[in-house]
Design a protein around this ligand. Structure first.
Ligand SMILES: [Zn+2]
Length: 297
């Protein structure tokens, strides 16, 4: 069973005209991130609609995808995407699950209501959030309420994490490890997923004091080919255990921009299969760990 726990999907009108769609909603950051690269290079963002996603999953043998919301800058766009994802899950509950996104600007009651609505409509987690990019603090009371609900409902929570020493790019934000560790410690009953191999936070877990508040944290592999050499997977497995790594791609991002004109799942899966993980570790990363995380074991 192959489960990709980090996939993004957008409504047709966003795909058709991303800049205009974003401008009408006050989503300048997203527009910049999916637009052409500074210096004129083609965007790393690939696009896929609902049918394209299912086609690409079939072609690569991906059984299920977890649709992650984007870290929008307004509560209204969050609600719009949550509704779109509810429709996607209704169309294919056998292949898709979806997480709700949120913005603290909705306030404690607004966030609570939006998450309840999302749950009623079939969504089953929170993320991908990135408070520093969205303009609120990791200590915002609305986020705390969201995490309390996530703990009560046994919803996983995916947070975008950047690497402190990573390259600079437009609109990059810092996601300080100390704040993430404090957040995980304040919410020990939440199953967190720190995206993008946690910006290599797993290696800091070689320090027992760092590892201690992070036992409820897993790390997804999203966008890794754009960031790290393939040896990163067995090394992270050695640092924190393969049971804490979950496969996610960041589809429809073009993870191999020189080799991929269009997004697809197969190339990254083949990188994972050849990266040096033992067969049992690989099976856990590709789906077993997600099933456990989701199932509450
Ligand atoms: Zn991310």
């Amino acid at each position: 069973m192959i489960i990709d726990c980090h996939v993004h999907l957008y409504p047709g009108d966003a795909i058709a005209a991303p800049a205009a769609w974003a401008e009408g909603r006050g989503e300048a950051r997203w527009a910049a991130m999916v637009g052409p690269r500074a210096g004129g290079g083609a965007s790393l963002q690939g696009w896929a609609d609902f049918d394209g996603l299912l086609r690409d999953m079939d072609a690569a043998g991906v059984d299920r995808s977890v649709l992650l919301g984007w870290y929008w800058e307004t509560a209204a766009t969050c609600a719009e995407q949550n509704s779109f994802y509810a429709e996607c899950v209704r169309r294919h509950p056998d292949r898709l699950e979806a997480f709700a996104t949120l913005h603290a600007a909705a306030g404690v009651e607004g966030v609570r209501a939006e998450l309840r609505r999302s749950r009623d409509e079939g969504l089953s987690g929170i993320g991908e959030l990135c408070p520093p990019a969205q303009g609120f603090g990791y200590d915002d009371p609305a986020l705390a309420v969201a995490l309390e609900l996530a703990a009560a409902w046994r919803w996983p929570v995916n947070l975008h994490v950047t690497e402190p020493a990573g390259r600079a790019y437009p609109w990059r934000v810092e996601t300080p490890f100390l704040e993430l560790m404090a957040l995980a410690a304040r919410h020990p009953d939440v199953r967190f997923i720190f995206a993008h191999l946690g910006g290599l936070l797993p290696f800091f877990e070689l320090n027992a004091a760092v590892a201690k508040p992070l036992t409820n944290v897993s790390y997804d592999t999203a966008a890794s080919p754009l960031l790290y050499r393939p040896e990163v997977f067995p090394l992270v497995a050695k640092a924190v255990g393969a049971e804490r790594i979950v496969y996610g791609s960041d589809y429809p991002l073009r993870l191999y921009p020189k080799l991929q004109a269009q997004p697809e799942f197969a190339r990254f899966l083949s990188e994972l299969r050849g990266c040096g993980l033992a067969p049992a570790e690989l099976a856990a990363v590709l789906g077993g760990n997600w099933a456990r995380l989701r199932g509450g074991v």
